[in-house]
Design a protein around this ligand. Structure first.
Ligand SMILES: C[S@@+](CC[C@H](N)C(=O)[O-])C[C@H]1O[C@@H](n2cnc3c(N)ncnc32)[C@H](O)[C@@H]1O
Length: 231
């Protein structure tokens, strides 16, 4: 830590995500409350009974997608992640018995142009932090890949307005920045405002719960009919 504080963080190594053990541990970690919260939130959206194609952006282990597929027999999923992670995800999906209903796309969403098309649900969990300050860049591309009226759902850590709490959030933030990654939290205001300028509106929000160890804000936004008005 003293070295990093004096000389600055190293270049962030995306290889850390391409590790099957880490992916499984991450997936198991979601079962301690997050997957339940997200599944309850998404399955009670009025659109859920009619969704057919979903994309799990930076989906890694794919456990969120699997939980949603279990609740809707007509739903098919796509896990989009970095090429090496997508390869490992494909094996895990097969191991878990979902190969018939979940595809994978290996792509770097920072550089690759297309993230697919025709999605009526796009889910992004702990992945768009990297665009903090310029969220519109990724949100406009997500919007373009969705059908009008489609739903985008974000699941990301959120901190107090002054960014000084909760303690768990500050610890995650410290580790994140020491590793050379820009941040690990997004505020509701920043997210909503970027979504509004990227062709989304009509929000449904599940506020981050104070009592939780990790405070996640789950937010749904609809792609406005008439397209991406501000692009
Ligand atoms: C912190 S993990 C979150 C995994 C899962 N969504 C969850 O919430 O448990 C971040 C994931 O986003 C993926 N990711 C990060 N940057 C990406 C990029 N530029 N393109 C595609 N995937 C990316 C990583 O490979 C990793 O699987």
């Amino acid at each position: 830590m003293p070295e990093i504080l004096k000389n600055g963080p190293p270049k962030f190594d995306t290889e850390m995500w391409a590790n099957i053990e880490a992916m499984k541990v991450g997936g198991q970690g979601t079962m301690g409350g997050s997957i339940q919260d997200v599944t309850e939130f998404i399955t009670t959206l009025p659109e859920f009974p009619n969704v057919k194609n979903m994309c799990d952006l930076g989906g890694s282990h794919g456990f969120y997608t699997m939980a949603l597929l279990d609740k809707n027999p007509q739903l098919r999923g796509t896990i989009l992640d970095l090429p090496k992670v997508a390869e490992l995800a494909k094996e895990l999906i097969s191991e878990m018995g979902y190969a018939e209903r979940i595809d994978t796309i290996g792509a770097d969403i920072k550089t690759d142009v297309s993230i697919g098309e025709g999605y009526d649900l796009v889910f992004a969990s702990h992945v768009i932090y990297g665009w903090k300050g310029h969220l519109k860049d990724i949100l406009k591309r997500i919007n373009k890949a969705m059908v009008p009226g489609g739903v985008f759902v974000s699941n990301h850590l959120s901190m107090d307005e002054d960014e000084c709490g909760p303690v768990s959030g500050t610890m995650v933030e410290l580790m994140t920045r020491l590793m050379g990654y820009p941040t690990h939290h997004l505020s509701e205001d920043e997210l909503k405002s970027a979504l509004e300028s990227s062709g989304f509106g009509d929000f449904t929000v599940r506020p981050a719960e104070e009592a939780r160890q990790y405070r996640c804000l789950i937010l749904a936004a609809r792609k406005l009919k008439g397209g991406n008005r501000n692009v």
